[in-house]
Design a binder for this molecule. Structure first.
Ligand SMILES: Cc1cc2nc3c(=O)[nH]c(=O)nc-3n(C[C@H](O)[C@H](O)[C@H](O)COP(=O)(O)OP(=O)(O)OC[C@H]3O[C@@H](n4cnc5c(N)ncnc54)[C@H](O)[C@@H]3O)c2cc1C
Length: 814
């Protein structure tokens, strides 16, 4: 045996992901680390990557992770002495349509906040940069001069060399056959040459991570797809100074490769292939050619570059790569097992992301928690059903294609649908629902008018559902709407220590009378918001916690992992037990009064309280809450009783013009009222004070709570340097979604975290964090000259610390 039998950290997998985390751990002085690779380094997927490096992504968070690639790969060689093959020849992203040009303009806007050079150029300017380009097919292009390409094998070996120089050991031909968790929380790693004990384990096994992690009971939803490129014969037009050409509308990318062109594809529908069908335990896997499948993207490439029509192919390459259900990679501590970390599922972007992901994971391991907002890539975001083989197999072909499909706002995936349905699904269907998917749930998004089609027609400005959504929003403000919110995550917290546990972990005071509902957060030690929940006190020691559908898995893990060993707290997922109908609007009380004898007046049933009431033959938990800023109740109905309650509700609502409404209406309405949404307006990097939610913080709770110290410090520091601000555009035509730049007095000070068109105000509204070293107060907000840039155009905006709709919350009080 040529290794020690004990290391602090063992990394399994010697591709770019494992190598990058090894390098970054070493840079943070963690060197009691060994990396085990069953064959040769890079022999999994890394060796055959095309090596394209792009810094800009469609969101700020992901761009923050991506852009470090150029920084690292351009300096690595000088540090390690091992060449990486990195060259900064730029990206030329051509657009064949006006919609794609719109996206390119949005990316240029985004580039400004990261100081990444990027510009929109005309077809003629694109041709100057790329002489063999057939400019007649394009509307224009985005040019990002500091992007580039790298040699994936050399880059990995350079990372390994850097790690080794600092003391990390690396073992090739060392397959990990099994792994066991020990009672003392360490791991035993079994190889043919012996066992290793370690405190921390990192699984970076590429597409094999799903099956390997299953040995430890960890869910890592990823699935392989075939990924293709061809390399041409040499041709004079393939000069080494050419940028990487991306033709997303044509589903192809083209890079110069030693005097040849490498033409790769993200075709509209990929080819999923199960791990079982791949050659077993073989390095450097190559899969068969498939010209039929490659024909569409290659024909598009030939359209764009004339020389491709006259050159032969020297190599058709087809290799497997893993894809996740949401096109984002999986990183972080496995929520099921402490001290086991995952870095996998790179969706054909592992070379681009390995630098940022490796650094982020190393920091997480060393510091004990993430050092930046990683919630969108956090392994804990997945629900266990998403690891279902059939679900993954059906979803994967679409995911591969999504890379190059237009990034439509509120795009609905077409595959793996119908996974989770409300018991009212068919009733909604009859009412004309157009369904959308969240965490597997089919949810009404909008309701067609007069029997029109329920199909979505996407747009960056006016999607076809706007007309229907406007009607639903009007009803919400003038009469009443009912929305199916069964997809809420619902967790029952019970046990002797349930109260003290929640007091310790929630930032609000949970010491309230039974029947009271509290809007609160669980914070990390930096005061950042980890969960955005309501807590309904059902009895002395029983609490019902409600999460959003998308955050349910992460919230559940956060709650479970916050319970101390000596605490008696039982957490039960009761999501499926209740169907939730949210009855909202000024006439909601009148409608509910027709169904119950309970006094619904403000005195007897005040805001943020809960009562069990009878409706039809059911006993329903009625919570007086709203997420749209109106009088309203969320009715938690035992699932099998819900169809009958729903019929009764619709009947009672007829005379009050009750309308069914969908999640689009909810989004527009909550944006008008500036209600925050987790993952958009709230993240682990934002404190309740910065988010304008200081009213939820119980500063004087006797025993304190997790995150209090950080909040106190922030309070003592005086004016906040970052704050969520509400915006309303003056131009009625512009439509905001998210990520648009915010300017104050001509200076970029933030970006939109969520935006929506307000049918009430007939203009767009938005929320966004604004930063200023001088601190942000009312004066700062009121005296600024505010503008929001969308797709290259700056629009004048009003700014306010209070919502524009019903700023004092009078409507809620009903
Ligand atoms: C055709 C093609 C083109 C691509 N082009 C690009 C591109 O231009 N840009 C980009 O960013 N990405 C690209 N990619 C994607 C990129 O190659 C991958 O995302 C990346 O290589 C994944 O790295 P990894 O370390 O996660 O996985 P891998 O490279 O597969 O490494 C995992 C390693 O774990 C080892 N292993 C597994 N099980 C065990 C075990 N039990 N014991 C020990 N070792 C084990 C494997 O042998 C393997 O070496 C491309 C992929 C393909 C297929």
């Amino acid at each position: 045996m040529n290794f020690k039998n004990k290391y602090e950290i063992v990394i399994i997998g010697g591709g770019i992901a494992g190598s990058s985390v090894a390098y970054h751990l070493a840079k943070l002085n963690k060197t009691d680390v060994t990396l085990l690779e069953r064959h040769q380094l890079t022999s999994g997927t890394t060796w055959h990557a095309a090596g394209l490096i792009m810094q800009l992504r469609s969101t700020h968070t992901i761009t923050q992770l991506a852009k470090y690639n150029v920084e690292l790969y351009s300096t690595l060689e000088s540090e390690t002495g091992n060449s990486t093959g990195f060259k900064q020849n730029g990206t030329l992203g051509v657009a064949r349509t006006k919609d794609r040009m719109h996206e390119n303009k949005q990316m240029v806007s985004m580039a400004k906040s990261f100081n990444i050079e990027a510009e929109i150029i005309s077809p003629s300017e694109a041709k100057e940069i790329y002489p063999s380009l057939n400019k007649s097919f394009i509307e224009g292009a985005i040019y990002i001069p500091k992007d580039g390409q790298t040699n994936p094998v050399d880059t990995t070996m350079s990372l390994i060399s850097g790690a080794k120089k600092l003391g990390v050991s690396v073992h090739e031909n060392m397959e990990v056959i099994d792994v066991k968790k020990q009672p003392d929380k360490s791991f035993t790693v079994f190889t043919k040459d012996g066992e290793i004990n370690c405190e921390k384990l990192i699984l970076a096994c590429g597409l094999w991570t799903r099956d390997f992690a299953a040995k430890l009971g960890i869910n890592v939803p990823l699935y392989p797809a075939e990924h293709f490129y061809v390399v041409t014969e040499p041709l004079k037009e393939a000069t080494s100074d050419l940028p990487v050409l991306r033709d997303t509308d044509g589903h192809v990318y083209i890079k110069e490769d030693t005097g040849k062109f490498l033409v790769g594809a993200f075709e509209p529908w990929g080819k999923a292939i199960s791990v079982e069908k791949l050659p077993k335990n073989i390095p450097f896997i190559e899969l068969p050619e498939d010209w039929d499948h490659f024909e569409l993207p290659y024909s598009k490439a030939m359209e764009l570059l004339d020389p491709l029509n006259d050159v032969g192919i020297s190599k058709f390459f087809n290799g497997p790569e893993s894809f996740t259900p949401d096109l984002l990679f999986t990183l972080g501590e496995a929520p099921e097992i402490q001290n086991c970390f995952i870095s996998a599922g790179y969706n054909s972007e592992g070379i681009e992301f390995a630098a940022g992901a490796g650094r982020a994971l190393a920091e997480w391991i060393v510091q004990g928690s993430p050092t930046m907002d990683l919630s969108s890539v956090d392994i804990a975001r997945f629900h266990s059903f998403q690891n279902n083989r059939n679900y993954l197999h059906d979803r994967t072909p679409e995911i591969l294609g999504l890379h190059y499909k237009p990034h439509w706002p509120h795009y609905q995936k077409e595959t793996s649908r119908g996974v989770r349905k409300s018991i009212l699904h068919d009733q909604w269907d009859k009412l004309g629902a157009s369904f959308g998917e969240a965490m597997g749930w089919e949810r009404p998004m909008w309701f067609s008018q007069n029997g029109d089609s329920t199909n979505n027609i996407y747009s960056h400005t006016h999607p076809n559902w706007f007309k229907a959504t406007a009607v639903e929003c009007k009803a919400a403000r003038e009469s009443a709407i009912v929305i199916d919110q069964s997809s809420f995550g619902k967790h029952l917290i019970q046990g002797t220590d349930s109260f003290s546990f929640l007091q310790r972990t929630c930032s609000s005071n949970i010491d309230v009378s039974v029947g009271k509902i509290i809007y609160t957060h669980m914070l990390n030690h930096n005061g950042g918001i980890e969960t955005d929940i309501t807590v309904n006190r059902r009895s002395e020691k029983e609490f019902l916690i409600i999460s959003s559908a998308t955050m349910q898995p992460r919230d559940l893990y956060w709650i479970k992992n916050s319970i101390r060993e000596n605490e008696e707290v039982v957490v039960t997922d009761v999501t499926s037990s209740f169907t939730v109908l949210s009855l909202q609007g000024p006439r909601s009380r009148d409608i509910l009064a027709k169904l119950t004898t309970v006094d619904l007046s403000n005195d007897s049933f005040p805001f943020a309280t809960s009562q069990e009431i009878e409706i039809a033959y059911a006993t329903v938990i009625a919570n007086r809450l709203t997420y749209i800023g109106e009088l309203g109740w969320e009715l938690f109905i035992p699932t099998e009783f819900a169809p009958d309650v729903f019929d009764n509700l619709l009947m009672a609502g007829k005379e009050f013009d009750l309308k069914p409404a969908g999640y689009h209406a909810l989004e527009h309405l909550r944006s008008e009222r500036a209600y925050r949404e987790y993952e958009l307006d709230l993240t682990p990097e934002d404190t309740p004070l910065e988010a304008g939610l200081g009213f939820t913080v119980a500063w004087d709770k006797p025993e304190g709570f997790i995150g209090l110290e950080a909040l106190l410090k922030q309070k003592e520091e005086g004016l906040l340097k970052k704050r969520l601000v509400c915006f309303r555009l003056k131009d009625p035509k512009a439509v905001l979604w998210h990520e648009e730049k915010i300017y104050r007095n001509d200076k970029i000070v933030g970006y939109v975290s969520s935006g929506a068109y307000s049918f009430n105000f007939e203009c767009s509204v938005a929320l966004g964090y604004v930063k200023s070293n001088k601190g942000i107060n009312m004066d700062f907000v009121e005296t600024g000259n505010w503008e929001i840039e969308s797709a290259g155009v700056r629009y004048k905006a009003e700014a306010s610390l209070k919502p524009f709709y019903d700023p004092n919350g009078d409507k809620i009080k009903g």
